[in-house]
Design a protein around this ligand. Sequence first.
Ligand code: PMP
Length: 434
Amino acid sequence: MATDPAAVPPSPAPRLVDQQLRTRAQRVIPGGMYGHMSTALLPGNYPQFFSHARGAHVFDADGNRYLDLMCAYGPNLFGYGHESIDRAFTQQLARGDLAPGPSPLMVDLAEQLVALIAHARWAMFCKNGTDATTMALMVARAHTNRRIVIRCAGSYHGSAPWCTPIARGTLPEDRAHQLSCTYNDTASLQTALDAAGDDLAAVIVTPYRHDAFRDQAAIERDFAQQLRAACNLRGAVLILDEVRAGLRLQRDTSWSVLGVEPDLSCWGKALANGHPLSALLGGERLRAAASSIYVTGSFWYAAAPMAAALETLRLVRDSHYLEQLEHLGERLRHGLAAAAHRHGFEFRQTGPVQMPLFLFADDPDLRLGFGWCSEMLDRGIYVHPWHNMFLCAAMTAADIDAAVEAADGAFAALNRARPGLEPHPGIKALMSSR
Ligand code: PMP
């Protein structure tokens, strides 16, 4: 019987090193791993440890190579180990990274961000996205002398006690003075606004709905405009959390195309192409409040990540990376849609093409998604079964075509395996608790 070559994955090297590392990690790292990089809620064949990364590819600890459609959950925008960005980083590292004060690069970088991001008149730097969102709330509360923050149910803004999605270890008081509304739902926003009354400090919102485990959704113009108008009317602060989407959709805030400007915007992830840096940007109205709060960190002023960010921003301005991401993203979306159709699957691809999320129809416990991702991994393509993914500018049309070809084999294999598929126990428990 002739075999379909696309259906037969090249066998990956057995992941013995990964297994050994997991065993050692169990002893010295709580739970073996924690946070968003734990493989606990990923298919069983996913590697936990990666030894190196280059361009659009990552290599697990056993030496298997994958096209990485996660881009480290977003930071990789121009490619891992990007030559000019990493040169800027290492040259500054050699000159000096930390000192009793920041380097002149901090002023250069703040100027560049203010020049690039239309609403911004000032910048403050920190390390993680959570630092930036937490600071944004502080600035808003300092400015308004009010308490309540409205956020959209299910939107991720970081892992500080006020916002971590799993409340264990936090107090109800950590989340006091928060109200929630439904993304894109103007009626629920109005209800939250009414409940906040004259105590509304801020509304924090992501530029589009990129929550995990569900289809992504574009921002509706009416909703964005209602947010802006409500904040204007009440003297409250509109915070746009660009940590995940920033610089992948626009060379300004992601809402620049809507003509809706936030008062504060939070940036991280791709800002320095993977080097640790995040930022809070704000308009003139918030300048005094921003200078009144006390926020800092031992590593916040490090110069080398700022050098990397300056070079990243130069590439943002001077290269066609965004157009390339869109082009590659379209190619991937069309290729996957055709492959899914050929094999009889209703495969939902949502969100901007450069930040896609894949879910199968009629797959409430994600067993199809897990089965497919697992097959993709065996074919050298790292995809995620329930989180949005990211394209980077180091990807080529040939990489995308390789992903589509792998998908063809993965869909065929999924059809064969379908009758025996079981849900992942952790996902089953999670889905039944929602
Ligand atoms: N906001 C959004 C929208 C995010 O996606 C993330 C990270 N996934 C954060 C905030 C927190 O960023 P960090 O993990 O760097 O603290």
